[in-house]
Write a protein that binds this ligand. Structure first.
Ligand code: GLU
Length: 514
């Protein structure tokens, strides 16, 4: 049987990292096995429905490159792919009727107050909470008919068989067993006629011929209900693969506290899509060797469900940045510039940096925003110079957003001086005459070449008797960039060009301490 998987989000809000991980696994597993990947929108809970959410899912998954063979946005043989539309089309009705007729489901007429009372009683008596039959599981059909005739609202519940052992063969955790007496009777159809997740998802998984259900481990406790439902219909259940929870580096469940959890925030921070997919895939899954940087084709080739670990997956942002930095360095400069341009054109980039709150140990969003605007302007006014600046920073920068600040000094006419750098290097006695000498050479330079700059700097060091280049290179770099760290000096000077170097050296002269 060929593999068919589905990613089935409930459109209640933003697409978070945990859900993306499931979507990435579905995608890799389908691709690896030449299978079909389906997007199904589970929108039966109308109280939590958010109309913008589905688009957010589709846009984000599209950006990250998780593609679907069937879904509301691409169609397919099992359309419609939104559960609300499937309900409207009457798809679920015959299946509910089948269960009612075969005695696997029943109508329960308890009021909300009665259910609350039941729960309170269970809590006081420290027994399992939930609906284990109430007044209706075994009610006389005449009593049911009378309640219905009175127009009393009711839900339809699954009759979980009692005194049985329910067994699940979980792909990741092995055999799990439940005593069916501890499993309460879940609602299948709510009082408003809407199917619940338990019912709609399982019926759809059957109708859509899903072979493997990949979902979060929070669904493990519901699995016995789902297995009973499949058994009640006499259907073969899919293989359940419940993915481990994601935690931060502190071992606590991933939350806002650990940084962004909305996937699009990572786009706005300047992650490239393939490294993000690579990073997400490795949270809780391992290819079985120590590979960490993997292209999409390698991930597909290596992906197997057996590599998913039962222990919590760690979300380590430093690792994401490391993978992203490696991908940035692997691009040609032209490819990188194209990525940066697309990143700057993407409306959410500026929205994100304008609204995100400042946090300790993270760059100040206001500064990032200003630096990105400056880079965007530079790419329009002097694309060649901006490209050269990007090329020189390519070695060090880990995110696309990082290029704004890393390149800022190229575009600022008067980049701010780092006080520590000034205190350290502008107090050296030789710096004044050195800058004057350089200015003289630069004024006479016909073209800016790396070799020409190198010859000038080395020539000075020799004449002035410096054995090591440090005392020459460092103050010169501070004069040109305001900082002590940055690209190699000769390349930097060649890119800045003689005129800019002269202007900056003249300005630096006013800050000398010696
Ligand atoms: N609609 C469920 C959710 O968003 C999906 C669970 C599943 O994949 O079965 O949590």
């Amino acid at each position: 049987m060929s593999v068919r998987v589905r990613f089935a989000p409930s459109p209640t809000g933003l697409l978070h990292v945990g859900a993306l991980r499931t979507a990435v696994y579905d995608f890799l597993f389908a691709k690896k096995n030449g299978g079909v990947n389906i997007l199904r929108i589970e929108d039966t809970d109308r109280t939590r429905y958010n109309p913008e959410s589905e688009q957010e899912f589709i846009d984000t998954l599209g950006w990250v490159g998780v593609t679907f063979d069937e879904g509301p946005h691409v169609g397919g043989p099992h359309a419609p792919y939104r559960q609300s539309e499937r309900k409207e089309a009457g798809i679920y009705t015959p299946y509910v009727n089948q269960l009612l007729e075969s005695g696997h489901a029943y109508k329960a007429f308890e009021t909300t107050d009665e259910l609350a009372e039941m729960r309170q009683f269970q809590e006081i008596n420290k027994t399992a909470t939930g609906y284990f039959g109430g007044a209706w599981r075994d009610a006389d059909p005449a009593k049911v008919a009378a309640a219905e005739a009175e127009g009393k609202p009711f839900v339809i519940r699954l009759k979980i068989p009692r005194n049985e052992t329910i067994v699940m063969q979980d792909m990741i955790r092995g055999r799990i067993e439940w005593d069916s007496n501890t499993v309460d009777d879940p609602v299948l159809i709510k009082a408003d006629g809407m199917p619940t997740y338990h019912f709609a998802a399982m019926v759809d998984d059957h109708l859509m011929e899903i072979t493997h259900v990949l979902r979060g481990e929070e669904w493990i406790s519901s699995t016995p209900k789902h297995l009973c439902l499949f058994a009640a219909f006499g259907w073969e259940p899919p293989v359940f693969v419940q993915c481990p929870v994601i935690v931060g580096t502190d071992g606590k469940k991933l939350s806002k506290r650990h940084g962004a959890t909305r996937v699009l925030d990572y786009a706005a921070q300047g992650s490239l899509k393939d490294p993000l997919k690579n990073f997400i895939a490795l949270i809780g899954w391992s290819p079985g060797d120590d590979r960490e940087i993997m292209a999409e084709a390698e991930l597909i080739d290596a992906f197997n469900l057996g590599g998913i670990q039962p222990s919590p997956g760690r979300f380590d942002k430093d690792k994401l940045n490391w993978i992203n930095g490696a991908a940035i360095r692997a691009l040609s400069t032209a490819e990188l510039v194209a990525e940066i341009k697309a990143f700057l054109q993407y409306p959410y980039t500026f929205e994100y940096w304008s609204t995100v709150e400042a946090e300790a140990n993270e760059p100040d969003p206001k500064v990032v925003l200003a630096d990105l605007r400056r880079l965007q302007a530079a790419l329009v006014t002097d694309e060649h110079y901006a490209t050269e600046a990007i090329r020189l920073e390519q070695e060090r920068v880990q995110t696309l957003a990082g290029f704004g600040s890393a390149c800022a000094f190229f575009f600022e006419e008067e980049p701010p001086f780092d006080q520590k750098a000034v205190d350290k290097w502008f107090a050296e006695a030789h710096v004044g005459t050195m800058l004057i000498e350089f200015i003289g050479h630069l004024s006479a330079m016909p073209t800016a070449s790396v070799e020409g700059m190198e010859a000038m700097v080395r020539g000075y060091a020799e004449r002035a008797g410096f054995e090591k280049l440090g005392p020459v290179v460092h103050p010169t770099r501070v004069a040109l960039t305001g900082k002590t760290v940055g690209p190699g000096l000769f390349e930097l000077m060649a890119v800045l060009g003689p005129d800019r170097c002269i202007r900056r050296m003249n300005r630096a002269k006013a800050h000398l301490k010696a």
